[in-house]
Design a protein around this ligand. Sequence first.
Ligand SMILES: *Cc1c(COP(=O)(O)O)cnc(C)c1O
Length: 393
Amino acid sequence: MKKGYFGIHGGQFIPETLMNTIIELEHAYNHYKKDKDFCSELEYLLNHYANRPSLLYLAKKMSKNLGGAKIYLKREDLNHTGSHKINNVLGQTLLAKKMGKTRVIAETGAGQHGVATATAAALMNMKCEIFMGEEDIKRQALNVYRMKLLGAKVNCVKSGTATLKDAVSATLREWSARMNDTHYVLGSVMGPHPFPSIVRDFQAVISKEIKHQMLSLESKLPDMVIACVGGGSNAIGAFYHFLEDKQVELVGCEAAGKGIEYNNTAATITTGKLGIFHGMKSYFCQDEFGQIAPVHCISAGLDYPGIGPEHANLYDIKRAKYVAINDEEAIEAFEYLSRTEGIIPAIESAHALAYAIKVAPKMKDKIIVVNLSGRGDKDCAAIARYKGEEIYE
Ligand SMILES: *Cc1c(COP(=O)(O)O)cnc(C)c1O
C-alpha cells in the first residue's frame, strides 16, 4: 500500500507551508511510538489518569429484554472527561511535549474533544486554544464553560455552517500560521497523513482491551462489534484488533439526521461521494457541484460531512459495513439504555445502540459488543429541548 494511503483513500492534500511540519510530526511519531519511555509514560497516564482499562459490561437487562444476542458495552463513557477522546489526546499531547511544543490547538464539535484537549493541556502545562462552531457553542454551553475553567481559550467559528467542519478548517488555518511552538491535536482519524494512523494507534487500546476482556469472559471472540462513526476514531479503535479476525462482523453507525432521503444528513458512506477535503481523499457529503454539503443531525459529535480514509477503505473492501441511524432512532436508544440499564449514553453512542436494538433480537446465541463512546450528561438539555420538555438551566 502507498505510504499514507488506505486503498485509494488518505494522502496529504495540504498547503506547501504545512508540509515541513507534517513531515516533522511523522518522524517524531515514528520515533516515539517505539520509545520505551514514551510508551510507559503514556500507559501510566491512560491507567492512572484516564481510568483505563475501561469496563466491558454485560448488559443483562438489555440482552434479556431484546431476547436475542448477549450484549456487552465497552464503557468508554467511564473514562476521565467522559468519552474515548482522552485516549488520543493524552497520546498526542505527550508527543507534542516531547517534540518541544508549548501550545496545542484543536477543533471540537460536541465539545468533548475540546474538553479532553484542555484537560491534557492543563495536566502537561501547555497553552491551549480550541476552535468551535457558533452553532455548537450554543448546543453545548456546558462544555464551553468546562474548557474555559480548564484554562483554554475558546474561539468562536462563524464561517460556513458554523459547525465541526468549519472548526476543523479554522484550526488548520491557525496551524499553518503558527507551527513552530504549536501542535494541532486532531480529534479523529481524519485529515492528512500521518493523523489517521496516529489517532487510530492511540484509540486501538479499545479493541485491544475488548479482545482481552472478551477472551477471559467468554473464551471466544464477539460475533459483532458496533460503533458510531463521526470521523471514525472510536469505531476504528473498537475495530482495529479484530480486522484480521474475519468472523467478527464490524458495523459503523453514521448519523442520518432527519433521514437519508433529506438533504441534511451526516451519513457519509450512505450518501457521499469520493472527494478531497481537509487534507485527505475519502468519501464526503457533497452537493451536485462537488461542494461539501451542509450536514445536520441531533448529535454535534457526528455532524461531520466526511469519514476517515481507513473506514472508506474498509467499506470499499467490504471488511466493515456502514449503516445510517436517524435522530428518532438514536433518541429512542438514548432513552432505552437510560431506563433499562441505568446508563445515560452520549447521543453519538446511542446511534450504535440503536443498531444493536434492531439486530440483537435476530441474533440468538451470538455476542455483540457496542462501543459506548461517551456519557450523555452533555446531551440532556438538548434532547429535552428537542422533545419539547421543560428544563431548568
Ligand atoms: C466525538 C465523539 C464521537 C465521534 O467521533 P469519532 O471520531 O467518530 O469517534 C462519538 N462519540 C462521542 C461520545 C464523541 O465525543
